[in-house]
Design a protein around this ligand. Sequence first.
Ligand SMILES: *Cc1c(COP(=O)(O)O)cnc(C)c1O
Length: 422
Amino acid sequence: MSKDSLISTRGGAQVSIDDAILYGLAHDGGLYVPTSFPNIPVKDLYDIDHFPLFAEQVLAPFFEHSTIQINQDFCEQVFSFPLVLKYLDHQHYVLELFHGPTLSFKDFGARFFAKCLAELRQQKPIKVLVATSGDTGSAVASALSGTEGVEGYILFPQGKISQRQQAQITCWGGNVHAIAVHGTFDQCQQLVKKAFTEEQGDTLTTANSINIARLLPQVLFYAYSSIQIAKLRDSLVNYIVPSGNLGNVTACYWAKQLGFPIGDIKIATNKNAVLSDFLSSGIYQAQPSVKTLANAMDVGDPSNLERLRHLFTDFPAFKAQVNALSVDDEAIKAAIVDCYTRYRYLICPHTATAYHRLSEVETDQPWVMTATAHPTKFEEIIEPLLNIIIPVPPQLQILLKAKQKYHVIKPEITELMRIMRF
Ligand SMILES: *Cc1c(COP(=O)(O)O)cnc(C)c1O
């Protein structure tokens, strides 16, 4: 690959991977994607079972000309917790991506991103700003905590996220600044956008899923698990991915593009049906997001749609390869109950959208549903439905006990800048 190996989805100038990570969003408003995918010798990877070693082989080619050294040491530090593949029955698998420090798949991307920033270290601290309505904030806060040369600012709407979510954002201190905003999530996002136009002289980047460094490690979910299953089954592996901003599922398409043994990909969304509406009408129309039980997928204008569309030449090609279904709250609840009754297996409300689609596939090929969060994070929804108590994993117990530290501000840019320019 050449040095400037990334291009904006809107066609702007090519940049290096290092710059793409530092900029986050391309200057033309697009998202960075590889100009072409590296040649990865997929068959040679069938014998590498150790996940960090596997990760090195898949990710290093993207960083050929980078100052970031993707070596075994880097990958052992970032991927210090497992990705777990289980099966429900002979054809149906679950890919559990929630064994990291904050119990969602976002830990993989957030930790990889944080370590990249640490290696890109500049003369002044790099400032990372992110608005969150839940899982992103906790994953990014945990990943940045203690990273030298990086200051993290995590904005969340005061009183509008769950107690457990708030505890996971506010327990860190040090270089992680939690900021409760008197306002809505949308106002938090507007503050982030304004900060980018105000801030001068410092390196400011964002940690949401538009950043290429959060997306690339997600390719590993599908690269690694497809090989593990293909080794046993000698067949292509099919996936159902619960989706909101479409970062996770874009990584699945990229893994397929790289040549991993992946067959069909299905997308499950919640009531926010912007993608299925687009597929049926051919006209893209962003929608205001609606609140659902699967709140980390409450997205009305998914940013990674640009990356997904970029993979295909035109709308008919896109429509032939992309299949989405919107699943409402009633169906989410029914899925949680059915999965527990049938398999004694607990799923979170996001994973439940994928489980709902598992019942439509009838084939002799393996199907995998991606489990994006640990059920314990959504105990308010699951416990009354099933009449059970979900045990709290030790990593969460520790965070819940820690003292909470956070600023409280009005949704005004001057208040945010006072904290960021301390
Ligand atoms: C973020 C998130 C999703 C949605 O992932 P996208 O990459 O935005 O499509 C799904 N489930 C959980 C638990 C999440 O935290």
